[in-house]
Each structure stands twice: as C-alpha cells, then as structure tokens.
Design a binder for this molecule. Sequence first.
Ligand SMILES: *Cc1c(COP(=O)(O)O)cnc(C)c1O
Length: 369
Amino acid sequence: MNSNQTDKIRPNSWIASVPMYQPGKPIEETARELGFTDIAEIVKVASNENEFGPAPSAIKAMKDNAELMHRYPDGGCFYLKERLSKHLEVTPEHLILGNGSNELIEFLGHCYLNSDTNLVMSEYAFVVYRLTAALFQSQAIVVPAKDYGHDLEKMLEAITPETRMVAICNPNNPTGTLLSSDEINHFLDRLPSHVLAVFDEAYIEFVDKSLQSDLISRIKAGAKNILLLRTFSKAYGLAGLRVGYAVAHPELIELLNHVRQPFNVNAMAQAAAIAALDDQDFIQMLKEANRSGLEFFYQNIPTGIEYIPSSANFIMVKTGDATKHFIELQKKKIIIRPMAGYGLPEWIRITIGTEEQNRRVLAALAELS
Ligand SMILES: *Cc1c(COP(=O)(O)O)cnc(C)c1O
C-alpha cells in the first residue's frame, strides 16, 4: 500500500466547492504586508468590531478566571443562560449558546438543510447563510434586494414546499438597513407554517428600543416558527472569544442541542459574557458614541459620495472603484471592507469607530482618487 496516494481517500464530493468565508484581514497581517511597524497606528474598521474594546467588567472577569482554564467549561452554560434569561425575560430553556452565532447558523443547517430542502435569503445579506446552504448541499434561494434591504414580499413569494428556513438580517449586514416591526409582523402573519423564520439580530443593541421588533414576546407566547440569533461579538466587544446565542421555543432549542458539541462555548467566553451583561451602562455609552459617529459620517462624507443611512455600527459608502480604494486606504493605514464579494463592487463598508478613527477615515475618503 502506498500511503502517499491521498487522492484515493475521497472527500464528500461537494465539499471542495463550498465557498470559504473571506474575513477582514487581521491587523498584524496587513502591517506585515505593508511593512508598517507600529500596529497602534493602523485603523481597522473592516469587521464591525467594537472599537472601544470589551467592557471593563468583562476584562476583569477574564483576568479573574484565567487560573481556572485547566477545567473544561460548563457545556450547558448554566450561569450564562441564567443571566441572559433575566436580561431577556425568557426562561433558560428558551436559550442555546454557540461558539459565535455563526456556529448556531451551522446547527440550523444540520437540523434543516439537505439536498432536498432550501433556504430563502436576501441579496446583499450576510454571506454565511449562503455558505451554510452549500455546506449541506442545500440550495440558497437569493431574493433581489429592495433599496439595499430585504424585500419581504418577494421573499414570501420565493418560498417553495421544500423551503425550511428564511433568513432575515435585521439590521442587515452589510447594508445597515432595518425592517420596521410593522413590516415584520405583516410578514410573519403570512409566513407558511412549514418555514422557520431566522432573525439575525447581531446589531440589535445599536437600535433604539422603540424601533426593535418584539419577537421575544411572540416566542414567549409559544411561536415555534421564529428563532432569534444574537451575539457578543459586536456591541459587547467580545468577538475574539466567540460567543453568540439563539432565542426560540424550548422544543426548537432542544433540537439544536442534539447537534451541539459538548463544550462548544469556552469558559473564558462564558465568564466574560456574564460580566458584560452586567455592564449595560457601557452598552448605552457605545450606542450613543455610535449614534454620534454615524451623524458625523452623514455630515462629513464628501459631497457626491453616496451612502446608505445605517441602523448598525457600520456604514456602506459608494466610492466608485472599491477594490482600488481598499488598497489606497490601506496605504494610509486604514483597513475597510470592499464589497465586491457581496456583488457591490462600487461600495465599501466602514465600521464606526472612535471619534479619532472616524476623523481619520473621513479625511482619507476626501483624498480618494
Ligand atoms: C457579525 C455578524 C454575526 C456575528 O457572528 P459571531 O459568530 O457571533 O461573531 C452574525 N450575523 C451577522 C449578520 C453579522 O454581521
């Protein structure tokens, strides 16, 4: 036997053609490539991270828990579920934690997607849904956007008997658009009973309460066709720890637990997330900083450059040749995300950062060729 003949070990036929997610480059990598030595000078506003860092309470919790890391985590996330259930006013049985909300999207794939089923999503929406469909040999039915946001009417029309899930990102990444609760209620009232509505609310903390759709009340009232996805990666500033959660009917949560690895959320993440939830003043501060940062962008984006008003912590701006501008901005030590991969080659997405970062980005936008 020749052990070098690895081509004899045949992978599942569809795996090699599953597209891979293209993340924003780490700061260190950009610095290396461009020969910059001082990483602190680089403004990375490419991944919608929280530029203010984790809440001080979360940093303290991480330090306090460092010496316990020889232990496996609590796979059931008992204390984090308890803390979250208070925060959201649901029971712990309504919750499941994931290694980032991305892992929960994969759980949904395990449960509902295969070559006989499909998922409905919007154009210009978070690509992970498309990748997950491919991973499970399922079809992603991509519905054209309306004013860069979700066209819920067309999404309803696109549903087939084989549809298992419809994914709605609200606010949407990368466009920053928000659906009103009237639009969502009207949609849910007509959603066929064989389809699960997955609401990805990764940026919900940046939205005023009065503009949020109250999907948790529907779930508490017994709806089994709604699942909310949220994360600690954005407003809570814990992207590096990987922790997200789903809120849904306990029967649905129980199903998802069947595909969960025993220790999917690490112990540091659990400790930090609990502490971060305790610091709602920090979230409030961030929300206000984000609001004024967005206003600053609206007022100072050079005239003639189009942008989409945003409900999240980023803004999409039409600079023209985004791929070229990505490189131009990089030379000024600014990393943004060009949107060609989303079918928007003229647009870039910029995370709202600190005042100083916002100023630097706007000054650089004014100098684009
Ligand atoms: C950033 C983001 C997430 C978060 O993913 P995590 O795995 O929790 O870091 C989820 N959905 C959308 C739409 C996002 O933009």
